[in-house]
Design a protein around this ligand. Structure first.
Ligand SMILES: Cc1cc2nc3c(=O)[nH]c(=O)nc-3n(C[C@H](O)[C@H](O)[C@H](O)COP(=O)(O)O)c2cc1C
Length: 331
């Protein structure tokens, strides 16, 4: 029998498969089913910064601004209800009472402002950790990258004044110096960084000539981004890394562990294949470990990270020149 346990952010996980923040983790019945099928931990569906602010009635005069900012965010099922905040705390309490795997709360945020005291309430409700889904789309040409980046550090510093439980940040790759941003964030009080979040992206209906939502679920090929960047950063960061986006099968989990991840977060494959599919993924990992004579994950974690690989250039190659140089391109 192989040992699938891993430690992520100081939490003990029975295996590295975490169910990512999504509708899958928005109610206790689903969470119980995910645990029963083998999930190592769950990240609860996110609560939004503006929901918290609204509940406490601190910034009612700014609601117009929020509404226009979030006009297209139906990806996140954006429904403001005043009772959402107390419901969220209840979800944490109920989930903690119902399952024994770690329950990580999630906050979707774009600033370090009035909402941050809410982290303390999340801690008091019993969450094992908090994941910050922090994202500013760098779409404003008048705003410098330094201004945007400062917000992420401000958020971490403010939250860490409120709570003692571990905090992770799920981030995007929209940074001008991604490696430095990941490294610097890892040197804050964050215990984990999750690479990379996947966002709602607008698409066009060319018959109706309107903007629509599509590509809600990832595909396996989307995993190339976390795979490259976890491989490059694994031995350079001061906190744990978790992988998310495009992890659909057991083999994908193995790749992320070989790159150096402590855990992975999955959503799309569970939406598409059901909670039972966690068992299939775990079986694939176990069989692979047995085939390779690995007894535990630490024996192969980060074995294919850039730092441990003789040819580090492989990880930084971005052009197809050699591929097309060597192969005939006739159709
Ligand atoms: C339907 C859906 C809802 C999601 N809701 C959230 C959310 O509330 N908060 C969040 O941080 N990420 C959310 N995500 C992103 C997932 O947590 C995950 O990071 C992303 O989908 C990449 O994993 P995947 O490729 O396995 O889907 C959502 C994803 C999907 C597909």
């Amino acid at each position: 029998m192989v040992d699938l346990t891993t430690r992520y952010m100081g939490l003990s996980l029975k295996n590295p498969i975490i169910i990512a923040s999504s509708g899958l983790t928005g109610n206790v019945e689903s969470i119980k089913k995910l645990e029963a099928n083998g999930a190592g931990a769950v990240v609860l569906k996110s609560i939004f910064e503006e929901e918290i602010i609204m509940e406490y009635d601190h910034m009612m005069n700014k609601m117009d601004q929020f509404e226009s900012d979030y006009e297209y965010f139906d990806y996140y099922d954006y429904k403001i209800k005043e009772e959402n905040v107390s419901k969220y705390l209840q979800l944490i309490k109920d989930a903690k009472a119902a399952v024994s795997i770690p329950v990580i709360a999630s906050i979707n945020c774009v600033s370090s402002h009035e909402w941050t005291y809410f982290a303390k309430k999340i801690e008091e409700a019993g969450a094992d950790a908090i994941e910050l889904n922090a994202f500013i789309l760098p779409s404003d040409p008048e705003r410098s990258s330094a201004e945007n980046e400062k917000v992420y550090f401000d958020i971490v510093n403010t939250i860490k004044k409120e709570v003692k439980i571990p905090v992770a940040m799920k981030m995007s790759y929209y940074f001008s110096n991604l490696a430095q941003m990941i490294k610097k964030l890892s040197e804050t009080e964050l215990k984990g960084i999750v690479l990379f979040n996947r966002f709602y992206s607008p698409d066009f209906d060319i018959e109706e000539l309107k903007v629509i939502s599509s590509h809600i679920f990832s595909t396996q090929s989307d995993q190339v981004m976390p795979l490259r960047w976890i491989s490059i950063m694994a031995e350079k960061v001061s906190c744990d890394l978790a992988a998310t986006t495009g992890i659909h099968k057991g083999e994908d989990v193995i790749k992320m562990l070989l790159a150096g991840a402590k855990a992975v977060q999955v959503a799309s494959t569970i939406y598409q294949n059901g909670a039972e599919y966690i068992q299939t993924m775990l079986k694939e990992i176990e069989e692979w470990m047995e085939r390779h004579n690995y007894l535990n994950i630490d024996q192969f974690r980060a074995k294919l990270s850039q730092a441990k690989n003789e040819n580090g250039a492989h990880y930084e190659r971005v052009q197809f020149m050699r591929y097309f140089g060597e192969k005939e391109s006739t159709l």
